[in-house]
Design a protein around this ligand. Structure first.
Ligand SMILES: C[S@@+](CC[C@H](N)C(=O)[O-])C[C@H]1O[C@@H](n2cnc3c(N)ncnc32)[C@H](O)[C@@H]1O
Length: 231
């Protein structure tokens, strides 16, 4: 019997997980409004009153994996509209479920390559961007598949607001070097590198993701780059 991925259908039917790129592109510049509207809808249904809450900030995580980071983040940042990007069906479903369990059904997840951000988000639309333990592609002939490239850094800077945050983490030494080389020649960000074994406390103590936990368990060195878009 051929293997059937039950999550394909679940993603297709899920109102908050989008695979249609045309729909994503049409939302460009209006993500905060969409998340605020979804939050208000839930609030009105519960309270039977008018609600007019507008999120002041927008964050994006690329490569949510199973959703540990995003679900912790949404719980601790009730003032921030959240969008996640992921390629795998089951991981998308798990991420949404974890966020919803924290009371944040207004998270939107996109099944799309993270490299498409300039088509999905307007210039300056995002306040915080997270790329945590993205696939390191350690073999030289696969380096072209790494998310961090000169063009990606330019695109990430374009969708971030001036002063916006971009956090990158990896536990793969050759990828850490690659990221640093790219950041060093990138004119759009200032950055601080942290390769202490201590968890990075700069943003929030809950940033440990599934892959970070695994990496630490295996004794890998975690390297983070806390980048800020130049004003
Ligand atoms: C190594 S896992 C890390 C997951 C999670 N961030 C963590 O730290 O536990 C990388 C994730 O990024 C997703 N991914 C890989 N390439 C991607 C891309 N180009 N755009 C969006 N997601 C991608 C994969 O499906 C996978 O779930």
């Amino acid at each position: 019997m051929p293997y059937e991925n039950i999550y394909i259908q679940k993603v297709a039917e899920h109102p908050s997980i989008w695979s249609d790129e045309a729909k994503m592109f049409a939302q460009k510049g209006k993500w905060r409004e969409l998340c605020s509207w979804m939050n208000n809808e839930k609030w009105i249904m519960k309270n039977e009153k008018e609600a007019s809450f507008i999120y002041p900030k927008l964050m994006l995580e690329i490569g949510t994996g199973m959703g540990n980071f995003l679900s912790n983040y949404v719980e601790n940042h009730p003032d921030t509209a959240c969008v996640g990007i992921e390629l795998k069906y089951k991981r998308l479903i798990r991420t949404y479920e974890k966020c919803a369990r924290k009371g944040r059904e207004d998270v939107i997840l996109l099944k799309v390559f993270g490299q498409k951000i300039p088509e999905i988000f307007a210039p300056g639309e995002i306040d915080e961007l997270y790329l945590l333990f993205s696939d390191p592609w350690p073999k030289k002939w696969h380096h072209k598949n790494r998310v961090i490239q000169d063009d990606f850094l330019r695109d990430a800077a374009s969708v971030l607001a001036p002063g916006g945050i971009f956090l990158i983490k990896t536990d793969e030494a050759s990828y850490a070097l690659w990221i640093e080389e790219h950041l060093a020649r990138c004119p759009y960000f200032t950055y601080e590198k942290n390769d202490n074994e201590e968890p990075d406390k700069k943003l929030s103590p809950e940033t440990a993701t599934e892959f970070e936990i695994m990496g630490r368990r295996e004794g890998s060195k975690i390297v983070s780059f806390f980048c800020r878009k130049k004003k």
